[in-house]
Design a protein around this ligand. Structure first.
Ligand code: SF4
Ligand code: SF4
Ligand code: SF4
Length: 430
């Protein structure tokens, strides 16, 4: 069918049409990012072009027009980093990002490129990169190697990649297996820690800090093997891979959920995927049970504060710290909780960076095609950091923190690393 209706309804299909009445035609979605204006433009141009069927060539032209529109749509959808901001800011409360996600899946059915699959395979890349470290790090840090590899990988050679960790966080956790509470107090509860790929392969210090801070609260922390949550695969529309990663995680994590344990994670991207995206895509009772059990670490610690179970014996940490409220932390609405938690640290000056997206969006900021756009999106935020000149930046999204660190040279930490520092707990990164 060629466009004759509201562009969003045409793109998203029947599931969206049921909600389309909530659209107040404010046109705000044209202003959130580069993807929506492109989508609207494609439909507007198609509406203005001569009607198929009125052309002498007939059906052939219609098919030609259809495939041209499809090509344009694929390109426009690739500009979406699934940041979720359209959904948060749409006055009609339409599930725009979730429907964009479904549209990506539909358009990916025609095939994905090798480069796209490589970029989404964070787990496999991280596993091999860590095994081969430090050689892998010498290679990815070499500008000439990055330049030569770019046509094969699709990664922009200007993008500095995070170093692979060896040992990984899970290697470290394995060496502690059997140990329960690191605190001298008796365990006050049990939680499962989900590290995610970033903490596991690139930033084990975040995972170590998370385990140490939870143990400091008297919790027993279990770290079962798990894999990627599937967010990068969904980002390219590869539902099959995302679902198989999700199913594998379900098999590993649900037994703990059935025992009443919470799944705690210090990366808002993973939490967003497991809590918001997975139940929308695969609404099974198992997925919903996992989604309910998953929580971000700062909210979990905030609950302990409310219950009077949070260890407030934090030492002073000096300096000015600014909080980057990452997109997926916004979808989880955890900004105030993170700031309130960090306010327990004596001597710490903490405030918001009052700007939106950093532009990273996982693989989005790495791809040659979107690297420049990624920096363009983050420009206001970088300017804001230069204005405030904080000593450090904290964010619930470690990969976003890397984008900021790389752009403006200010050190990035996860909130839990600052808490570990205040408790005087040494971790690998400090
Ligand atoms: S922002 Fe929401 S309400 Fe406004 S035009 Fe877009 S879909 Fe409609
Ligand atoms: S999720 Fe983000 S990038 Fe994608 S369409 Fe919405 S605002 Fe744009
Ligand atoms: S969202 Fe989390 S688990 Fe998924 S790829 Fe990113 S870091 Fe890994």
């Amino acid at each position: 069918m060629l466009p004759t209706a509201h562009p969003l309804a045409v793109l998203f299909g029947d599931s969206f049409k049921a909600h389309a009445g909530k659209c107040v035609s404010c046109n705000r979605c044209k202003t959130f990012c580069a993807a929506f204006p492109r989508l609207y433009k494609i439909f507007e141009e198609a509406e203005q072009s001569p009607r198929p069927g009125h052309l002498p060539e007939g059906l052939e032209d219609q098919e030609e027009q259809r495939s041209e529109i499809d090509r344009g749509l694929r390109e426009a959808l690739a500009l979406c980093s699934l940041c979720g901001q359209c959904e948060l800011r749409c006055p009609g409360s339409l599930d725009l990002a979730k429907h964009i996600m479904k549209a990506k899946i539909r358009y990916a059915e025609n095939g994905l490129t090798r480069k796209e699959r490589l970029m989404a395979g964070v787990d496999a890349v991280g596993r091999w990169g860590s095994r081969l470290a430090p050689v892998s790090n010498l290679l990815v840090n070499n500008p000439l190697v990055r330049l030569i590899a770019a046509p094969l990988t699709g990664i922009d050679p200007r993008r500095r990649l995070p170093g692979f960790a060896r040992p990984t966080f899970h290697d470290w956790a394995e060496t502690r297996r059997g140990r329960t509470s690191g605190s001298s107090r008796a365990p006050k509860g049990e939680v499962v820690y989900f590290a995610g790929c970033t903490a596991n392969y690139f930033d084990p210090a975040i995972g170590q800090a998370a385990v140490a801070v939870l143990e400091r609260q008297g919790m027993e922390v279990v770290v079962p093997a798990h894999n990627c949550c599937g967010l990068p695969s969904i980002g390219i529309g590869d539902e099959k891979t995302a679902r198989s990663l999700h199913e594998a995680n379900l098999a590993r994590l649900l037994p703990y959920v059935e025992e009443g344990r919470r799944i705690v994670c210090a990366d808002c991207n993973c939490v967003h995927m497991m809590r918001n995206n997975a139940p929308f895509l695969w609404p099974t009772p198992e997925t919903n049970r996992l989604a309910k059990a998953v929580t971000d670490l700062t909210s979990f610690l905030g609950e302990l504060v409310l219950q009077g179970r949070f260890d407030t014996a934090l030492g002073p940490v000096s300096g000015d710290v600014r909080y980057h409220y990452a997109c997926h932390a916004r979808t989880l609405r955890i900004g105030n909780e993170t700031i309130d938690l960090l306010r327990w640290i004596p001597g710490l000056a903490i405030g918001y960076l009052d700007t939106f997206c950093c532009g990273m969006g996982g693989a989005f900021g790495m791809k040659e095609k979107t690297y420049d756009l990624s920096l363009e999106i983050g420009a206001d935020l970088f300017e804001n950091v230069r204005h405030y000149r904080p000593d450090r930046i904290v964010t619930d999204a470690p990969l976003c923190g890397r984008q900021i660190q790389e752009a403006v040279g200010v050190q990035m930490l996860a909130p839990v690393q600052l808490l570990a520092e205040a408790y005087g707990i040494p971790t690998a990164g400090q």
